[in-house]
Design a protein around this ligand. Structure first.
Ligand code: 5RP
Length: 226
């Protein structure tokens, strides 16, 4: 999807931000447009970043950073998505930041997704794989357990072929469910309960709305009433 669509979604997200807010700042290329718009508007905000990459970008743009233990609640968290459905369940972690993204989403009074319209799907985890963050010790056992339950599993690697290491020093297993998930909420709990799993990339019940950018630069809002 075009950069114009990402830009439209990112800028629409920034319109929800007011001076004085404490923010959750997501990760990814759509969030890049959000950060640029926040910096451009010179809003007096501070935010908890969801990745070392977002933290570095905020420093460059002059956006004040907060540690998660410095703040009880966040007014608003805004983040990208790899896929989402009409119930606003999202898969996240394409950039390997899912664990911190879920911690931050859970700290926020409001959680809004910004994405391009092509990411809206009928069933999650069919085409785009669902990321699962796993402690290194448990990669083998968790992978075998997921395979035994019917998932197609692959360990994420970086360009040179080495296993990817997350900001939290963990591994990522990308899993697919041919045909897509029947019940993402059940899958989220089932995967999260496997010993060694740190985070399942399904975000169920977090988002209040999604702002979906279109190639022409317009935004479609998806929420409870749409
Ligand atoms: C990172 C994420 C991102 O929010 C997700 O991958 C979307 O990224 P982009 O806006 O670049 O498509 O979950 O872990």
């Amino acid at each position: 999807m075009s950069d114009a669509a990402k830009r439209a979604a990112g800028r629409a997200g920034a319109e929800l931000v007011d001076s004085g807010m404490r923010l959750g700042l997501g990760s990814g290329s759509t969030v890049e447009h959000l950060l640029l718009a926040i910096a451009e508007r010179k809003l007096d905000v501070a935010g908890v970043p969801t990745s070392t990459a977002t933290a570095a970008r905020c420093r460059e743009l002059g956006i004040e950073l907060l540690e998660p233990d410095e703040v009880d609640r966040l007014d608003l968290a805004i983040d990208g998505a790899d896929e989402l459905d009409r119930q606003l369940t999202a898969t996240k972690g394409g950039g390997a930041a899912l664990l911190r993204e879920k911690v931050v989403a859970n700290m926020a009074d409001r959680f809004v997704l910004i994405a391009t319209e092509d990411k809206l799907v009928d069933r999650l985890a069919d085409t785009f794989p669902l990321p699962v963050e796993v402690v290194p010790f448990a990669v083998g056992p968790v992978g075998r357990e997921l395979t035994a339950r019917g998932f197609e599993v692959s360990r994420r690697r970086v360009a040179g072929g080495e296993p990817l290491v997350t900001d939290n020093h963990n591994a990522i297993l990308d899993v697919r469910w041919p045909g897509g998930l029947d019940d993402p909420a059940v899958t989220d709990v089932a995967i999260s309960l496997i010993p060694g799993v740190m985070c399942c990339g399904l975000f169920v019940g977090f988002a209040e709305q999604a702002l979906l950018g279109r190639a022409v630069g317009e935004v479609t809002r998806v929420g409870p009433s749409t």
